[in-house]
Design a protein around this ligand. Structure first.
Ligand code: BGC
Length: 382
């Protein structure tokens, strides 16, 4: 129930989000940067994996933006291996970075490493994923993760016209990696948005898998998602039962689900498939009609907000939402949603939004994507 409250708060807060005055200009920010105390300092950035499109984008934007204000960047990817990430972070502490920015592979295994960062006086910012059981972090920069799932649920509700129809539909949930704190938020946002229809029997989860623990996908991997969906189709849908929709926590899992449906689903309908991230392969599937929607998160904006907060930390100032006002980014400040087991973490949450066939151009308008030479599919600009 708490999560529902948070979602409505998030929606009603939308109008109060920092939307950004037009006062920033490049000369303003250059002037500020001249005074920037962090110039010449090294920022250690630990990201989970290069196997997934979005983290490559995050790496490019973060490095570029930190270097543009004169910071040095040590960027390391952990190949989704939690032990490697501990080593990555330890080596950054040893080399004496002045700030750590971390998207954790495993939310639970960084406590003792971050104790060492704290002893060394290195501030730590949680990037995209919350880090649990540590008092070494004060700030968290992410998207409204619950809203990601809620947007997916809303989309299914609209596409199946759940408020107007008397039909019943069969749906399945495919979750993310349980080591990632975001994954539960995505699931709960989607599940709770659809819960009243599930409870009334209008939506039927044929597999019976209606808890987060039952639908997780290790490492968010396409292979695991494909294998799980093939198994599910064999077990529950091979008798001709219709599958109407699959809510996938992100695009790498949606890809596996789409492939399994293409190869193993015997029905003649097209099950609605939703994902998250706006990965190029999934956008291609949206153009071709195999996937329906992806929840897009502008990681260039996420990098901008992160940079601003890190600049203030490095300058020994206190970040506040009003200081983000000139960024032209929808971001809200939240101090009551993300508790990491030790305390509530001050969170800066950007707004996600739905992309389907009808608004692909809005991705091009972000400057991150471009149309390919045939004006049919989207590519990443860099
Ligand atoms: C991110 C998603 C991403 C997933 C898999 C999550 O923490 O928020 O954008 O798809 O990790 O890497």
């Amino acid at each position: 129930m708490k999560r529902i409250g948070t979602f409505f708060l998030a929606l009603t807060m939308a109008g109060a989000m920092v939307s950004c005055s037009s006062k920033s200009s490049s000369s303003d920010s250059n002037d500020q940067d001249k005074e920037f105390y962090g110039r010449g300092r090294t920022v250690g950035i630990a990201l989970p994996t290069q196997n997934l499109e979005r983290w490559n984008r995050d790496g490019v934007f973060l490095k570029e933006q930190f270097e543009a204000v004169g910071c040095k960047v040590d960027l390391k990817y952990a190949d989704n291996n939690k032990d490697k990430q501990v080593e990555d972070i330890q080596s950054m502490i040893d080399e004496g970075v002045q700030l750590l920015l971390i998207a954790a592979v495993d939310k639970d295994n960084l406590s003792s490493t971050l104790d060492k960062a704290k002893e060394a006086g290195i501030p730590v910012v949680a990037y995209d994923r919350l880090i649990m059981n540590t008092d070494a972090i004060t700030y968290y920069v992410s998207f409204d993760n619950y809203m990601v799932g809620a947007i997916q649920g809303e989309y299914i509700k609209e596409q199946l016209k759940l408020n107007e129809t008397n039909n019943t539909y069969n749906v399945e949930f495919v979750g993310g990696d349980e080591l990632d704190n975001n994954a539960r938020f995505f699931f709960e946002g989607a599940y709770e948005t659809l819960q009243s229809y599930i409870d009334s029997g209008k939506l039927n989860i044929v597999s019976g898998k209606n808890t987060f623990e039952q639908v997780t996908t290790p490492e968010w991997s396409t292979d695991n998602a494909r294998a799980n969906m093939k198994q599910l189709l064999a077990d529950k849908y091979s008798d001709g039962t219709t599958l109407d929709a699959v809510i996938c926590a992100n695009d790498s899992t949606a890809l596996g689900v789409t492939e399994a449906i293409q190869s193993d689903y015997s029905g003649t309908n097209h099950p609605i498939i939703v994902g998250q991230d706006g990965d190029v392969e999934n956008l291609k599937n949206i153009v071709d009609g195999y996937q329906d929607m992806t929840v897009f998160k502008n990681v260039n904006d996420q990098a901008k907000v992160t940079l601003e907060i890190c600049k203030l930390i490095l300058s020994k100032e206190t970040p506040s939402v009003s200081l983000l006002e000139n960024l032209h980014v929808d971001v809200k400040y939240d101090t009551s949603t993300y508790n990491n087991g030790v305390k509530y973490i001050q969170s800066y949450l950007l707004a996600p939004y739905a992309i389907d066939k009808k608004n692909l151009q809005s991705l091009v308008d972000t400057g991150i994507y471009k149309w390919d030479s045939n004006n049919k599919y989207l590519d990443i600009v860099k």
